[in-house]
Design a protein around this ligand. Structure first.
Ligand code: SF4
Ligand SMILES: [Zn+2]
Length: 352
């Protein structure tokens, strides 16, 4: 990590200052009745192309974001600033159901952990999943590892009435140093692997998010980090989703970006990561990437001319699980600049 502060202390103090600035004031009852967002998106379910319904509930949000937070995460801005009551969560779900079109894949997130009882009480978890019982085939949610156990996954499955329950964990990287110094996560990779085991024990399917290019890594280091993470994480998870960093408001990466110290990853880096990572996976592990803000200067991007076609190819590879065609994309002159910048990064003096 050529740009990493020596001890990680400087990175942590920036993270703490940024975390303190973004915490919203406690929300009113009117705020608490509104979910953050919902939309429908393309997905695949056992090889079949389907639509997925995505709902973001407004809760108190991630406790770690209040303490220090991860360097790329601005979700705290979408929180209520206090715990939502069970009645408020039920009302958010009722409102969301008005726009549910029977999508077979349902993804319900909070801006934190669905299994943290301070965010979603156990009774509310049942209310949320029961709303889709008999209507959806798969229910996906996300949590930090410390909140998930075989029992709460098993209960969710029961309430869902036999449908599939998928639990995502924001592993981000299998390299402990990257997690601690660049992402600023609270737990080492081993705790995520252990949580994945508990998800399986409860009858669920574990999924991991992998972060492409946290701050303080060069473009090349970021590619190598995620390629290795695909191989190692596939031993523990059924699905791996590569999330290239996009700039969220009030985050350390945005702070660095504004000072010219960070560029979101190149799409060519994501392509290389998928092409090299895919053949190294444990057989049967699904690998996907549906980048947020792709082709936008605040997200994963190339020259902005070739971005749309490269993003379309990545989406197709994610849906079909055929990654070889990504190695034969039509070239673009910006690939030279991508390579050249990596060469320059390689010449930068080591910091710390
Ligand atoms: S990335 Fe996850 S663990 Fe980190 S601050 Fe955001 S919600 Fe919390
Ligand atoms: Zn280009």
């Amino acid at each position: 990590m050529t740009q990493a502060p020596g001890s990680g202390g400087a990175a942590r103090s920036v993270a703490r200052a940024v975390a303190q600035q973004r915490r919203p004031a406690p929300g009113t009852p009117a705020d608490a009745r509104r979910y953050v967002n919902l939309w429908s998106e393309k997905e695949a379910l056992h090889g079949e192309r389907v639509r997925a319904f995505v709902l973001i509930l407004r809760t108190r949000g991630c406790y770690w974001a209040d303490l220090k937070g991860c360097t790329m995460c601005g979700y705290a801005r979408d929180t209520l600033g206090r715990s939502a009551t069970p009645e408020e969560i039920a009302e958010q779900v009722d409102r969301a159901l008005e726009r549910y079109q029977g999508e077979p894949y349902v993804k319900v997130f909070t801006s934190g952990s669905f299994f943290d009882p301070r965010e979603v009480p156990e009774t509310s978890r049942a209310v949320v999943v029961r709303a889709f019982r008999g209507r959806a085939r798969r229910f996906l949610t996300e949590t930090l590892p410390e909140f998930v156990n075989a029992q709460n996954v098993g209960s969710l499955r029961e309430e869902f009435g036999g449908g599939e329950v998928e639990v995502a964990l924001g592993l981000e990287s299998t390299q402990e140093e990257v997690l601690r110094r660049a992402v600023n996560k609270n737990s080492p990779p081993s705790e995520y692997f252990e949580a994945a085991r508990r998800v399986r024990e409860g009858g669920g399917s574990p999924k991991a998010y992998l972060l492409l290019k946290p701050p303080y890594l060069t473009e090349r280091e970021a590619i190598e980090d995620t390629v290795l993470s695909v191989k190692l994480a596939s031993e523990h998870f059924d699905t791996l989703s590569i999330n290239p960093v996009h700039l969220q408001g009030g985050t350390v990466v945005e702070h660095l970006f504004r000072r010219g110290l960070y560029r979101p990853p190149w799409l060519w880096s994501l392509v290389e990561t998928l092409v090299r990572g895919a053949p190294t996976r444990r057989e049967g592990t699904r690998l996907v990437s549906f980048p947020t803000s792709g082709g936008n200067p605040r997200g994963v991007h190339n020259c902005l001319e070739c971005d749309a076609s490269v993003l379309a190819a990545i989406e197709e590879a994610s849906l079909s699980q055929e990654f070889a065609p990504l190695a034969d994309l039509p070239p673009c002159p910006c690939q030279e600049r991508w390579r050249w910048e990596q060469g320059l990064e390689g010449l930068a003096p080591e910091a710390g």
